[in-house]
Design a protein around this ligand. Sequence first.
Ligand code: NAP
Length: 476
Amino acid sequence: MINNESRSVVILGASGNLALTKLLPSLYTLFTSGALPQNFAISGYARTAMSSEEYRKIVEENLRNSIEETLLVESFLQEYLKSIHYFSGSYDSVEDFSKLHVGLAEIHTKFPSKPTVLYYLSIPPSVFEPVIHSLRECGAIEKGDPDVSVIVEKPFGYDTESAKALGKTLDQTFDESQIFRIDHYLGKEAIMNLMVMRFANLIFEPVWNRNYIDSITVAWEEDKNIGGRGGYFDKAGIIRDVIQNHLLQILALVAMEKPRSYDSDAIMAEKNKAVKSIEQITLDDCILGQYISGVCGGKPVIGYTDEESVPDGSKRETFARIKCAINNHRWSGVPFYLQAGKALTKSSTEIIFQFKEVPGDIFSSPHHPNKLIIEVQPDAGIKFCITNKVPGKGMVLKDVALDFSYDDGFNKAMPGAYERLLLDAIQGDKTLFINYEELIHSWEIFTPILEKIDAGNAEVFPYHAGTNGPEETSRI
Ligand SMILES: NC(=O)c1ccc[n+]([C@@H]2O[C@H](COP(=O)([O-])OP(=O)(O)OC[C@H]3O[C@@H](n4cnc5c(N)ncnc54)[C@H](OP(=O)(O)O)[C@@H]3O)[C@@H](O)[C@H]2O)c1
């Protein structure tokens, strides 16, 4: 329990999928674990007209369907539901937002102290601007007020210009210190462990550079096809959906220098420097693919352009492998591959560090250079591949893996990424969030190639659903 403070979370877009399936279940888990203060309120806001009582019923039903039975303690559940309120109104009505503001003030009068208020923009990007405008005009936000903050969900723009425009909109109402740009990948245990692995273990630093590492690959795969989500996906593509944000954030944590302390400003400064050191990407650094029919997860899958939700003849990339170069002393000459694809063989995310060959090898038995694999999902773990002598006569070598899994090592349930990040934001800790400078750099790296892909001026190779992507992948 956090001492005697008061906290209030306001979810805008509270009737939506993210609010009901991720945010409210995560807040429930935090609530039952005692991580939230006694003086805590959740208020939902959306256009759908319903009473607080009706909203609580929807939340309850969702929790009963999504939370493990052992965690659904009836007394906790009823107590949690009591902390939830609902307001309906449109996103562009200052009058409706004023009613929300008055309603919140009434809820807050029950608290012994003025609460900090966290607004969560769980809404489509098309309504960001009116919502931010309404929040400002109804008097709910004072720019720079340390007790009021906002969480913004991706997409943070569509390219450099739109990201800057969104930044400008946010800047009219919030100070950068009040803005939490969330990328849920940064709340995953294996990703948070990257810094611990690098900076709390002596053995990694001496080899974490161009002298020992041959290449680094951050690979995201999904064995699902697009199905009915083509409307959204076809405008974005896999680079905007996964690579520009999740994979680039992982790259920054892998490549950055050691921060002066484990403090959000110091970490952000080092991440910014790493992202700024990435050289401009051209189409020559990319292999793009689009899936055609095949078999995925044991089921026959139609091709991407045959999906009903996808426009005929679309050249949108559902797979991309991008070679990035980091121009600094540590990484010069080491390729970083960012690779992501839909309709592949499995669903997983991993970081693969391929080490160089041992110079002057004295063994005649073939063996491979070391490989370190950080498994992010579905199961988090660390695998280190080394060469070993096969027991017995002669000198036969074999690659074996030292294998650590979080499940075996810690024997406890891993908190969800949203759970962790929501708690950090409620407590005002920005360490695992993205700042404006870094965001704009990340768009500048990808915008030139995205413009060419959007215009249909990039070669997109076909690959069968259920395979590892296009055959051309090995060209870069
Ligand atoms: N779901 C996820 O796992 C996830 C992951 C990463 C990022 N995000 C981002 O988080 C945000 C919310 O996601 P979501 O899945 O909850 O979205 P959603 O269900 O499509 O939308 C959230 C709410 O916004 C309102 N809304 C939807 N379309 C609208 C429109 N055209 N104009 C005005 N209001 C509209 C609806 O509420 P009312 O009609 O009741 O107002 C809806 O319940 C989105 O920006 C999404 O890109 C979601």
